[in-house]
Design a protein around this ligand. Sequence first.
Ligand code: FAD
Length: 284
Amino acid sequence: MKLREIYNTDKTVISFEVFPPKENSEKLLEEIKVLKHHNPAFISLTYGAGGNENKSFELLKQIKDTGINVMPHFTCISTTKKNIERNINKLIDLKIENILALRGDIPENKEFQKHDFNYASDLVEFIKHKTNLSIGVAGYPEGHIESPDLDTDINYLKDKVDKGADAIFTQLFFDNNNFYKFIDKTEKAGINIPIIPGIMPIISKKQVEKMVKLANITVPPNVQENISKLKDKDLIEFGIEYATSQCEELIKNGIKGLHFYTLNKSYSTNEILNNIKGVNIWKI
Ligand code: FAD
């Protein structure tokens, strides 16, 4: 089922993000089985720059075999048009229907040269032209880290939509107000495709510090206080409680879906979905 049909509902669509584990995939597949009873519309699988492509294709097949739709992420910054075309054809052979089209992070090495595709919008245009895949793209409620300001970033987001994106999946955020402000601005910019909030349960101080550094995410003072004060299990339980209230409020405000950054662990996401009240979850 394609993104455009999935989000064409009044119910809340649940989806999960996972990444290819370093070791074997058995543990991840077990975690996915735990989450399956929440009726995810799909699982998205991240794509690492320089990652093992064959391993990723194998994992896509394994996730599909659990009976859940899978949406691969696909980055374009460090590769050639020929390679992109070859890999997209492989995905089509796997009967993949949806893809998350991304630029990817610019490699830190100074000799990095621009390739055939420099922005996600180039990739969206290519996929739209060459395939019948439904296309998701990334959006940043607090602005992309390289962008001078949110308005500029939203103008480029509009470019991705105009070139054929069907849904936007956001960077995680801890303050819903930033998401609402973003939605207002995207509406004013004429973006009218579903925007799905990305939710990441807090599981450790290190994880939050990493995201703040990489993506400039605002941590509200009450969250920061708990992160500084709590440890291990207590912090995980706080993360569940906090994400639950974030999700409940987002649902009340009419979001079309929740996309969970599971970090390959089912525990917190499972608890959050068990806790959420007043949710009418979309089922296939
Ligand atoms: P773009 O949309 O191309 O934007 C990148 C920057 O360029 C922005 O600052 C934008 O404002 C600017 N820009 C866009 N178009 C133009 C233009 N024409 N001229 C000038 N400036 C322009 N990374 C991975 O490596 N693998 C993953 O699997 C992955 N999954 C992700 C999933 C989600 C939901 C999100 C939110 C991010 C994910 N990322 C992933 C991270 C992403 O690759 C980085 O944030 C990357 O730096 C930007 O990718 P993008 O697709 O948003 O790029």
